[in-house]
Design a protein around this ligand. Sequence first.
Ligand SMILES: Cc1ncc(COP(=O)(O)O)c(C=O)c1O
Length: 351
Amino acid sequence: MGPEVLELEQQLAGFTGARHCISCANGTDALQMALRAREIGPGDAVIVPAFTFVAAAETVSLVGATPVFADVREEDFNLDPESIRPALAAARAAGLRPAGIIAVDLFGQPADYGRLEAIAEEEGLFLIADAAQSFGSALDGKRAGRFGHVTATSFFPSKPLGCYGDGGALFTDDDELAAILRSLRQHGQGEDRYDHQRVGINGRLDSIQAAVLLAKLETFGEEIVARQEVADEYGRALSAVAAVPVLRTGASSVWAQYTIRVLERDRVAAALKADGIPTAIHYPRPLHHQPAYAGSPIAATGLARSERLAGEVLSLPMHAYLDLATQDHIVASLHRAVGGTGLGRAASGYR
Ligand SMILES: Cc1ncc(COP(=O)(O)O)c(C=O)c1O
């Protein structure tokens, strides 16, 4: 929490346009702090997408509340607003009080905040935007950090803006919420260091990580452009043989992952590996099928898309410094693996 931390918070607030930036130790703490700031706890239900990284469900459970899983949309992998009310119905049927939504901007593109914010308002729900994968993206002219009541993000090294260890931050325009978050970060501190107004955590960001982020912020804008160029090239070269990700109108992505959908994924991944190309599966199992969350309620309309996506997604190498020759090699390998087998999008019925 040295001077670099304060400077970073000022720069990140300026970058996003949010009134407050509260840095913290990692993205998981950021989510947990957001939930605790609203005193969400036992008996409360928080709607979480079933197809995402575990942190959203985990932090809801850590504060004693219950994650209730909603489905995602196939076209952008993000929380489906149509699934929120069926999830709320499931929460109520389980005797829980609906308290919030964690919307995750999966793989770099913001969730559909226009609709999610309207539902949150109508239902009186606290809306947390998880921008761990989307920091630097925008929706309808607003950067990630401006959506929901509060936005949480992560600076883990694999994120679009990553430090050299763990780091995270929260963004909000709400002065009161910002003050509570600052207190929670510092052991629930009140007027002075040994005045504890609430049960807090040690959520400090290291000054060294803040210094790394300040340096990396200088090139972040160029890196976002370069990532988009890599994504454009993948889209152009692969759309005939795989379901490639699409951006919704008005949305940009920072492409934390470039994730395609293919049938016979394991065979395709093995063919790429044989050509020296690493791939990853984000995420192989939807959260409601994880043993830790097996008892959680799910949307009354089911989670069919989350289940299907978990069986089809394959993330390709993606970063701002991927040169064209390497990308050509990846594309050619994927064409060989998929193209000749009738597994392409035309054959599989993908858009
Ligand atoms: C969507 C999402 N939310 C939260 C997190 C948690 O962030 P951290 O690893 O910094 O705790 C991650 C990644 O790690 C993530 O991808």
